[in-house]
Design a protein. Sequence first.
Length: 287
Amino acid sequence: MKTYSYKHPKVLSLINAIPEAAGKAKAMNLPYWILAQKSHPFGVVIVGQEPQQLTAPRGTPIALVALEPSQASSENLSDFISTATKLVTEKNLANALVTLSFKHRRAVMQFQQAGFEPFDDYYLMYRELSQHWTPTIGLQFKPIKLRETREWFMVATRYLAGTADTALNHGLQYMLDLPDTFLTRYHASEKLYFVVRGETTIGVLDIHGTNGWIGNMAVNPLSRRQGYGKQILTFALNQLKTRGCSQAGLRVHVNNKPACQLYDSFGFKKTARFKRLLWWNPTYAAS
């Protein structure tokens, strides 16, 4: 299997055959390499650095492996995997992360046999925003100003710690070292809130301003089991509907049973399940 740099003249003739994998590469606006058997592309390896995925300390060079779904059952998948890890090794990248649909179990097994370790297992859940929810009086939702963004991440790190979400728990250790440029971009694209009762901050919320996505929402461990999660989710849904979103979406770890039950009670439906697998380069040498 051959690799073609994003600068290679042949890339234009290959990229249209892998629309989903290529779409990820283009959206991230990072260097990438197409992996192809003869003239038949299988996917891409995208090269970046942390905090892209929060798998390692800031500045660590990493790779994202994007396999075109139509190739998940290919007989040449093992060749694709070995070529991808070889490329990661040659470029001295610390790790490679791949996201696979849960239904592609054979592909998941082959990646794991090649040394990729389980890193994440999550549902995507959605619901239509066809109604308005009655908010509960008592909580205030304080919008976060740019200068408060780092403080928001510090509070969120404390409130999110210890969840059943293994990938989130892993990433929390790197959240306090996010660069100012990242925080500025994040604040520009997201709507961040402190959730306050009286004088006490009891939760945090992160929603996207335009696409209906609910990011992080968490309640102070000392304030849980008092219905605050329902109130925060109610506010988030109403905000998204007010902003013109037709549906709300979120990601939840399959083992986060309390969160799954909460979202089920609000009418969210599981639309897909994905596994993320992580390969650590045994020869990586930090510069």
